[in-house]
Design a protein around this ligand. Sequence first.
Ligand code: ATP
Ligand code: MG
Length: 330
Amino acid sequence: MEDSKNSKSAEDKNYPNTDYSEVDKLLHNTTEIDISSTPLASQVASELNKRSLLNKAEHPTPKNTRIMAITNQKGGVGKTTTVVNIAASLAKAGKNILVIDLDPQGNCSTALGINHESTVPSIYESLINSTPISDIIQPCPDINNLDVAPATINLSGSELELVSMVSRENRLKNAIENYMNYRHEQGLPRYDFILIDCPPSLGLLTINAFTAADEILIPIQAQYYALEGLSQLLNTINLVRTQLNENQKPPLMLITMYDARTNLSNDVVNDVNEHFPKQVLNAIIPQSVRLSEAPSHAQTIITYEPDSIGALAYKEAAYEIATWTYQKKI
Ligand code: ATP
Ligand code: MG
């Protein structure tokens, strides 16, 4: 087995050759300010260092658009929260981002301040009627460089409608490809990242996301039964990879809703790292009231409370994703 995280030779040409000792220094540097003797002071110092380093960190621009599906068929694990905050972090770092809301609940559209009433043209029309994505996207009102393909309630009927359609697993992939070609022809800037928010199921919408995406991110809630259902999810991902999308990279995992006061949260972190040592991001998203409040203000944590611990954790995760180097084998 090769070490995917510490390797300095990026095997995949798409990604910049990252020096991970520099990344580590950036993310875990505690030498810039004095660390006092108490554990709390040292933690605060470390957070402050991280914050200032992350705010000035250069996020590499990928050579080709990176398309990532954020998925877990388990409900309420932090998929949408992860999509909107990683997207906002990357956009704030100057990357061009498209978020595709593929969940009929439309939570992602809400959190990004996007109108998604049932009359609004949405990803449903792109999937079912082949409406170009250029006709449905809306810019995020609060964040530059961030476009959103919204979801409306109409999408809830699409699983059934897709069943009888030609090339039903490839509808999203084709729509994205056509849109990227259109942007190229129009001289519009290329997206650096396209993030897809999946619904909590393994139906045809999620399969469309897996077929379209080169990369997968699985948020794992540091709570009860975190790993339950994970093998079913990984089997489905593998099936799509072998049959429909052989270039897809092995999935990454992000621990969410971590509560340091509970043994349970620490057990989940240990379990996930033990089972998937090369796929888990170092960043851990804490349980945070601020994170859960932000969507009700139609905002991400990055704009709502940019200096909060939740914002810092998502900026760290975004930086890690931007600099991640995949290896062929894990
Ligand atoms: P669904 O499966 O319904 O799409 P999801 O996996 O997308 O859910 P979210 O909607 O992101 O999950 O989060 C579920 C709930 O938990 C939301 O109310 C959200 O605001 C809240 N939440 C998400 N992450 C955190 C966190 N780190 N700390 C506290 N609350 C959180
Ligand atoms: Mg969601």
